[in-house]
Design a binder for this molecule. Structure first.
Ligand code: GDD
Ligand code: MN
Length: 368
């Protein structure tokens, strides 16, 4: 068992100019943490440099890996090393001074058995220094899309500066982590969220590296693919797709029922007002398709076992009615107020109503 209960894991690939200085800077914080550098056999000799430091300093360790396998793989190896040795808190940190050592103390203090801490660029007080505007736009857009696709509540979803309690690693299975590269950070915060850990963000000033090079170039596509694949396996995404299919199917059902209903009404009450009969036919087809939607969403989309179907069904109808109102309101606003073309009005109105219907049904009608 190590004396220190905190382990800082730092992956490195060609960081010979940064790592010795960073180790000193961390020491100066006096936080009583051990440091593990995970080096992927850097051609510039980073591994040997740290090896030498670790001979003098008993709080510094180095894990040599054969070849460059990506940030995610390096972290998994480093975390496993730390878990095996009984550390209580594990920190992930870059080697290039982008993650300020001065933030460590606070992050460690905030970290509890139920919370994962992120040193965050995208909360109030957080800053990025030294990035070109296009890198900033890339990063913040990637961050936003990632959050939307995966439903991540943490503002800095791609952040690499984190403090995890050992309880987190006991709950998850590191073997099952899929990301080998930069998407690792996203997968970890998603795991924290899905496993009921509180995500706490503390602002940091992220300073772009002065020495060495970023390795993120060329990794973006790979990371994006992984995020999409994580999204595809998510319960919420699957539900949304199913909900959408049910909606589209039953728009069609609505039309299919309308015409025979109109015909039947006309032949039965031919003498009555045709407008009234048409409205009745429309009401019948709406009730029919809405009922079918309810049943399909109950059994297929949300797999509800709620025995109170009358109540559940009524809630569904209330939501659907709200959806209709939102649909026409959004169409009116976008075409009459914002002067958009009808086609855009239709798209916006459908999108607004679909989102409304989905989230209300998920959170209210079919709430588990
Ligand atoms: N062992 C090992 N193997 N280390 C690696 C590898 C690898 O394949 N790739 C990168 N590293 C190390 C770097 O040496 C550095 O210490 C750290 O991982 C971060 O790499 P950078 O190349 O400096 O990443 P970045 O600055 O572009 O990206 C940072 O910001 C991203 C969000 O914008 C990182 O913090 C990312 O984790 C973060 O997602
Ligand atoms: Mn960096």
């Amino acid at each position: 068992m190590p004396k220190n209960t905190i382990l800082i894991v730092i992956p490195t690939y060609n960081e010979k100019e940064n790592i010795p200085r960073l180790l000193l800077a961390i020491k100066k914080q006096n936080i009583g943490a051990d440091i593990l550098v995970v080096d992927d056999n850097s051609p510039d000799g980073t591994g040997e440099i740290v090896e030498r430091i670790s001979k003098r300093d008993r709080a510094v360790f180095v894990l040599h890996r054969e070849k460059k396998e990506g940030l995610g793989k390096a972290y998994v190896a480093g975390f496993k090393w730390g878990i095996k040795r009984g550390y209580k808190k594990l920190i992930s940190m870059d080697a290039d001074f982008s993650h300020p050592p001065t933030a460590l103390r606070k992050m460690i203090r905030l970290c509890s058995p139920i919370s994962v801490i992120t040193g965050s660029r995208y909360v109030k007080g957080g800053k990025i220094v030294g990035w070109s505007w296009d890198r900033y736009v890339n990063s913040s857009t990637a961050n936003l899309i990632t959050r939307l696709l995966l439903g991540i509540k943490t503002k800095d979803a791609t952040a690499g500066f984190k403090c995890y309690p050992i309880e987190f690693f006991k709950k998850i299975n590191l073997e099952k982590v899929r990301a080998s590269g930069y998407a690792f950070q996203v997968e970890m915060i998603l795991l924290a969220q899905d496993n009921g850990f509180k995500s706490v963000e503390t602002p940091i000033t992220f300073v772009d590296r002065k020495a060495g090079e970023s390795k993120i170039k060329g990794e973006l596509l790979k990371s994006a693919k992984l995020v999409i694949s994580l999204a595809a396996t998510r319960e919420e995404t699957r539900q949304f797709v199913k909900f959408y299919i049910v909606g589209a199917t039953n728009t069609f059902t609505d039309w299919l029922v309308f015409f025979p209903a109109k015909l039947a009404l006309f032949s039965a009450f031919g003498s009555a007002n045709t407008q009234t009969l048409k409205q009745i036919a429309k009401a019948i087809s709406f009730i029919f398709s809405a009922t079918l939607s309810y049943l399909m969403n109950r059994t297929w989309t949300f797999r509800s076992k709620n025995p109170a179907m009358l109540k559940e069904g009524s809630k569904f109808m209330v939501v659907a009615t709200g959806g209709l109102i939102i649909n026409s309101l959004a169409f009116y606003v976008s075409t009459a107020v914002l002067n958009l073309r009808d086609i855009f009005g239709l798209i916006l109105a459908t999108a607004a109503a679909t989102l409304w219907n989905f989230f209300l049904n998920k959170k209210w009608t079919f709430k588990k």
